[in-house]
Ligand binder design. Structure first.
Ligand SMILES: NC(=O)c1ccc[n+]([C@@H]2O[C@H](COP(=O)([O-])OP(=O)(O)OC[C@H]3O[C@@H](n4cnc5c(N)ncnc54)[C@H](O)[C@@H]3O)[C@@H](O)[C@H]2O)c1
Length: 318
């Protein structure tokens, strides 16, 4: 059975993926530093159900620590890496660019280097739609030129993709870089729009709306992302960059309306200016994922928000 290292395995996407991998009989090693970018208690709760599972091991540590990363590959006999650990978030990356560079670039380099040295040839990298920057052509396709990232976060994710290519070229690592488009669903990071808006609206507070509400995002439900990661694992490509997105756009104003309607509260907003680093639109062309793996997004934004609000209400009661 292949042993999978999931970096960031206590986070939103990593812990949901881990659940699916364990159900498929994979052994999973989680490497996560439980940092306080958001409340680490959320991350402890994400992995609580795995504790004691014979197929799951936890290594608490930092991917910036090259010796520790080497030791994880050596000790655990890893053959597959799903690299999701990162500092995520556009706006905080403008405040702390060095931290983003260290974790997202140096950390990725440490993993690629150890994967190559210890013969772990399959490598999946969690990239981001933010690499497209202010792309005037929609939907965004993997062949679009991407030379204008507009935040340090976006630049570090693109740098990660480039490092992945280098390790594929030099050492034959089989790498798939997945560009996730705004992921939401149960266990979502609490500072992200869907969660944050649900929290404020359910407390009777206004939602901070940056801009006039016309900025649009391609929202992707977590189960579709997990299905895409599993498809990439099975696909075992030599080197590919692949979009995973809902392939439909929702404006900020529509999102706020939708969440408020599902919560049964009025959609109160506080209007604020657009933020540096924000892009007007993200929109995925997912034809490559369909061609390679038959992957398509299955969960509409309406259904996904329903599922999220059900989970959120249950969590709130707990
Ligand atoms: N959620 C999205 O909408 C989205 C969109 C595009 C790309 N991504 C990418 O997907 C990945 C997972 O995102 P997420 O939303 O699950 O975020 P998350 O913050 O919930 O998960 C990331 C995990 O990585 C861990 N981590 C961070 N720095 C680390 C370090 N130095 N050493 C070890 N562990 C560290 C964190 O503690 C966290 O548990 C990230 O790489 C992110 O950039 C996410």
């Amino acid at each position: 059975m292949r042993k999978v290292l999931v970096t960031g395995g206590a986070g939103f996407i990593g812990s949901t993926l881990t659940q699916a991998l364990l159900e498929r009989g994979f052994e999973v090693v989680c490497l996560d530093d439980f940092n306080d970018y958001y409340n680490p208690e959320f991350k402890r709760a994400n992995v609580a159900g795995f504790v004691g599972h014979p197929g799951w091991k936890l290594v608490e540590g930092d991917i910036r620590d090259a010796a520790l990363v080497e030791e994880v590959y050596r000790r655990h006999g890893i053959s597959v890496t799903v690299h999701l650990a990162a500092r995520a978030g556009v706006r905080p990356s403008i405040r702390e660019p060095r931290l983003y560079e260290e974790v997202n670039c140096l950390g990725t380099l440490n993993l690629l280097e150890a994967a190559h040295r210890w013969g772990a040839y399959t490598f999946i990298f969690g990239s981001s739609s933010s690499v497209y920057g202010v792309n005037s052509k929609v939907p965004f396709s993997e062949d679009d030129p991407i030379t204008c990232p507009v935040s340090p976060y976006a630049a570090t994710k693109r740098a990660g993709e480039l490092l992945c290519f280098t390790y594929h070229h030099l050492y034959g690592l089989k790498v798939t870089c997945l560009r996730f488009f705004t992921v939401y669903g149960p266990r979502q990071r609490p500072e992200m729009a869907v969660y944050h808006f649900a929290e404020r609206l359910s407390r009777g507070q206004a939602v901070p709306r940056f801009g006039d509400g016309s900025t649009a995002r391609d929202y992707t439900y977590i189960d579709d992302i997990v299905a895409g990661i599993l498809a990439a694992l099975d696909g075992d490509a030599a080197f590919e960059i692949v979009n995973l997105g809902g392939s439909r756009t929702t404006t900020l104003a529509e999102l706020i309306q939708l969440i408020a309607a599902r919560l049964g509260v009025p959609p109160r907003v506080e209007e604020l200016p657009l933020q540096p680093g924000d892009v007007p639109i993200t929109y995925a062309d997912v034809s490559k994922a369909k061609r390679l793996w038959g992957w398509e997004p299955k969960v509409s934004i309406e259904e996904g928000i329903d599922r999220f609000i059900d989970w959120y209400n249950r969590e709130r009661r707990r």
